[in-house]
Design a protein around this ligand. Structure first.
Ligand code: PGA
Length: 257
């Protein structure tokens, strides 16, 4: 399948998007078992698009020929091709059937030193290859408590301004203090910050802004009740196919944004 092969859950302005970010988890047999469990459990609804971001070695295994979910990568190189040992290019990902690529995740920023200039290059490579970026932004607890959330987000979205091409874009608001901590942002916090983010990013032909950070079947419905939230980027809870399917079921169609 090429990047153009979108499956029957194609993106649309009104469809919400729920993305499973497996991070560096699962062996290949575990990934295949999870795929099969998802295939049997995911709710069949056209108003919620689902994407799965497995580790690179399992991309081919996770491609769903029936199009129940789209394939996403967790990262791509800032370079197009060439002598960059260990790197994976956006064009390679597109040729493996990826529709999305997660960029700028806080773990990449924190542990691998990814900052604005590199992320702007990755965004451009993703766009060149026809991938839809899922661009992650979010403040630390100290930044939130210091009243710096807006300043941090403004700086982080600058990478988006360098590539104003009119192509679909997904932004994921992931407060660092909520990632993997079991402490999700409240629906009010998420809605308010996402509203501000939409203003900072500006009008785009296709923009969805997801919330990520300790999303579980227990809090998905409350967060999804906020129309500004276009869906979720789910880490820990996406490793369990039953829980992830339940989050997808609870997400529901979006309201006007
Ligand atoms: P979490 O991770 O759901 O485990 O908090 C979210 C993410 O890092 O994308």
């Amino acid at each position: 399948m090429t990047a153009a092969g979108r499956g029957r859950r194609g993106p649309g302005r009104e469809s919400r998007l729920v993305v499973a970010n497996w991070k560096m988890n699962k062996t290949r047999p575990e990934a295949i078992a999870c795929r099969d469990a998802l295939a049997g459990r995911l709710p069949d609804r056209a108003d919620v698009e689902v994407a799965v971001a497995p580790p690179f070695p399992f991309l081919d295994d996770l491609a769903d020929p029936e199009g129940r979910w789209a394939l996403a990568a967790q990262n791509c190189s800032s370079e197009s091709a060439g002598a960059f040992t260990g790197e994976v290019s956006a064009a390679m990902l597109a040729s493996c059937g990826c529709r999305y690529v997660i960029l700028g995740h806080s773990e990449r920023r924190k542990y691998f030193g990814e900052a604005e200039a590199m992320l702007a290059a990755k965004l451009a490579r993703a766009r060149d290859a026809g991938l839809v970026p899922i661009f992650c932004v979010g403040e630390t607890l100290a930044e939130r408590e210091g009243g710096l959330t807006e300043e941090v987000l403004r700086r982080q979205v600058e990478a988006l301004e360098r590539d104003p091409r009119e192509a679909p874009l997904v932004v994921a608001y992931e407060p660092v203090w909520a990632i993997g901590t079991g402490r999700n942002a409240t629906a009010e916090q998420a809605e308010e910050t996402i509203g501000r983010l939409r203003e900072l990013v500006g009008a785009r032909a296709s923009l969805r802004v997801l919330y990520g950070g300790s999303v579980t079947p227990g809090n998905a419905a409350e967060l999804a009740a906020r129309p500004a939230i276009s869906g979720f980027l789910v880490g820990g809870a996406s490793l369990d196919p039953a829980g992830f399917s339940e989050i997808c079921r609870l997400t529901g169609p979006t309201g006007p944004v």
